[in-house]
Write a protein of this length. Sequence first.
Lengths: 143, 380
Amino acid sequence: MTQVSVQDTVLVGIPGEPRLIGGKCPDCGNHVFPMQKDCPKCTGDQIEKVELSTKGILWTWTIQGFPPKSPPYIGETDPENFEAYGVGYVELPGEVKVEARLTENDPTRLRVGMEMELTVVPLAIDEEGNEVVTFAFQPTENN
Amino acid sequence: MHDVAIVGIGMHEFGRHDGVTGMDQGVVAVRRALADAGAQWEDLEFAFGGSKDAGSPDTMVSRLGLTGLQFINVHNGCATGGSALISSYNAIRSGTFEIGIALGFDKHERGAFRVRTRGDNLEWYGESGMALTTQFFGMKINRYMHDYGITQNTLAKVSTKAFRNGALNPMAWRRKPFSEEEVLESTMLSYPLTQYMFCSPGEGGVALVLVRADKAKEFTDNPVYLKSCVVKSRRFGSFEVFSPHLANEFSEGPTVDASKAAFEMAGIGPDEIDLAQLQDTESGAEVMHMAENGFCEHGEQESMIQNGETEIDGRFPVNTDGGCLANGEPIGASGLRQVYENVLQLRGDAGERQVPNDPQTAYTHVYGAPGISGVTILSK
């Protein structure tokens, strides 16, 4: 089954080497995610696309314990088969905090300050039989 | 500048009302507010009305009277009610009008708010299972507990207080008290928050008749004065709901800004407030908002709540009507519900849940998407 990105303007390098596309303001250095032209910090409008770091620190987190409404969610919504998943903000040093799915859903195995790295998790199978994936962060082996 | 008084309040019961539209509930609230003020619909010079999901408020003129009044619809996220109120406040304060009404009503589908992120490169956000208000609340309180040592038992105590107060409020949706064990053992929706720590989208309506202060005694012997009314949006670096990214640098949120501005406008400080209604979309929000609004230091909530200081008979009563937790959140009406409760309390008309010792000042606070806060300060 071929993997495809949930949105190829945001998550690139699928399959293989996932990267997130954000933006950096040439005027003030502020980073944004996803890419947008306008800078909320300095009010400039010339933000340029950049690939964001793939490693960061877990800033906060929660566990999504019930199936989100569909639409918009395209993952499993049947309460029988739904599996809780982690969501958190990962601080990419010198850039920005990104909100992302986490591969871990056990509260005892997550803590503020953990080292995290970028990966993907499956969401759904599309009409052509491809596996749609979104980005996620997983704890690194250093923890 | 003129002072502004609230001379009439009306509310339609919050909860779930099958077969009753949101608009029906808004109309009931208006009629009750007018009756309370001893005023007629045709007396009103203006209305500001808010609803997110239950239709355009201005169409209610076809039921209340086609008098030609200025009727403006307000749509401003969770601060919709607060925005209707500040618009009304400024309309009178400026001298443009002498009497008008602020109103809000709503009726939402069951379950967590459905948020569909379209355009702006954001389709992936909802599709990937983010864009839920509940996640934001879980993540904000989780970080706060880490930073300031708030315990999960304190979160449970906020909920049991809300349902206990709601049980004393005939207008509330949830009127059954729960034990701490029941709150802690209910379904974990968004760690560390359980089902009974969250409010639900609901239904209801509230209306407030406002007049220029020098006219107040024509309507009531018990006017309540709006000493300040503030709405603020977010600044760069604050931590808000529905944020695919946050800046690495930090700034205080709109609640802190709105609170400071409201105290400055009223010319009093937090220690002079006798009771408060603070946005409690979940129990963690009430905890954090106590400090963000200036009523304590960060972390001090742990001992305050454990010692019962925020109970109706405590040193600083918070959410005396059961808050969002017991009343649910019909977005258009929710901020006005808080003001309704404070008017009852200041009049001494809050019945079984009356705050003792004749309170003189009361505070309201709403917070919501996409990073907005509204605050009022009322006095006798």
